[in-house]
Ligand binder design. Structure first.
Ligand code: TUI
Length: 323
């Protein structure tokens, strides 16, 4: 069983909350805004090259004196060089996604970094702990972007039972009720993505924000479940055609035509028809654009109201009234 320590004590943040990697979205400026609002901001290296990542790290450092980190998307063709860059630039915290960061672990640990891989299975969580990870992010399939199979509800307690290091819950957390639930499941913190897309500070095109706000509970779909890389996005013309052709047995080359450049089209051009609007299943509960500070404050207050005592979240028992 893992510890009860909330991750804010370990990371030096106000809240036990971290921001998701969000490739092409989470710039140095955005990460700094998240850190200045009380959570851990992360620069999403996913859509960057080495030089752009370096610039974003320096920009972030200029804009905040609070802790921040980098999310290294391991499918990035320059992931290896980026892994070294993080050491060179003195980045203190790294989260990883879309692969196994095992080969960088020794280098990062020697540099004194806090290493937090995203896992979507118990086996990988145990392996990451063995190899020296400081915490793991257990990410359920409710998340936006690249997803695994298991739900947050089933993955988090199983990972929490299997490792000693703190577990951060991710996927399906956008308000205080869900944050409180994550603690009850054994998490020591939460990673947020979709609810930050609709923050004032998020640098995506306004059409993208409005599409998240308009989305209903079943407004997302997973492309690539059959063909390789499952990615959760908002339903639109591109997503529907992709999944239809995928079911008809289209090959990867044809399917790639749908997704080529599609995330950038959504983020920068606001193309909600052929763009890939990565977003999680919480989209249906998000109805307004708010400042980051307010999002974190409200979520934390609501979670506290649902949890007693807050300091021992993993020991919480539901108060069941007489039936
Ligand atoms: O990485 C994510 N979410 C992402 S990355 C991304 S950028 C992208 N763009 C186009 C296509 C694909 C990705 C958008 N969203 N979340 C973390 C995550 N990691 N989810 C699942 C995993 C994962 C998968 C396999 C982690 C480890 C893993 O290991 C495989 C192995 O080698 O054992």
């Amino acid at each position: 069983m893992n510890t009860n320590t909330l991750i804010n004590h370990m990371l030096g943040t106000k809240y036990p909350l971290i921001q998701g990697g969000m490739a092409n979205i989470a710039t140095g400026e955005f990460a700094a805004a998240v850190s200045n609002s009380g959570a851990l901001g992360l620069i999403g290296a996913g859509g960057m090259n080495v030089e752009i990542l370096r610039e974003n790290i320096r920009k972030c450092r200029e804009l905040t004196d609070k802790p921040f980190g980098v999310n290294l998307m391991l499918m990035n063709p320059q992931a290896e060089e980026m892994a070294h860059l993080l050491v060179e630039e003195g980045v203190k915290i790294v989260t990883t996604g879309a692969g196994n960061p095992g080969k960088y672990m020794e280098m990062w640990k020697q540099a004194g970094m806090t290493v937090i891989p995203v896992v979507s299975s118990v086996a990988l969580a145990k392996r990451m702990e063995r190899e020296g990870a400081d915490m793991v992010i257990a990410e359920g399939t409710e998340s936006g972007g690249h997803v695994g199979e298991m739900t947050t509800m089933t993955l988090v307690p199983q990972v929490a039972d299997a490792v000693q290091i703190p577990v951060i819950a991710a996927g399906g957390i956008a308000d205080g009720r869900q944050l409180a639930a994550a603690f009850v499941l054994g998490a020591s913190g939460a990673q947020l993505g979709t609810c930050l897309l609709v923050s004032e500070e998020c640098p995506i095109h306004d059409n993208y924000k409005q599409a998240v706000i308009k989305a209903k509970d079943n407004g997302t779909i997973v492309t690539g479940r059959i063909s390789g890389t499952p990615v959760r996005i908002l339903k639109n013309k591109m997503a529907r055609e992709y999944v239809r052709r995928e079911k008809e047995g289209a090959d990867v080359m044809e399917l790639e035509k749908f997704t080529l450049g599609s995330l950038r089209r959504a983020v920068f051009d606001g193309d909600t028809v052929t763009g890939s609007l990565m977003a999680g299943q919480t989209s249906g509960q998000l109805h307004e654009i708010r400042p980051l500070k307010e999002i974190f404050e409200t979520m934390w207050r609501q979670a506290k109201e649902g949890l007693t005592p807050l300091d021992t979240p993993n020991g919480v028992r539901p108060q069941v009234e007489k039936c």
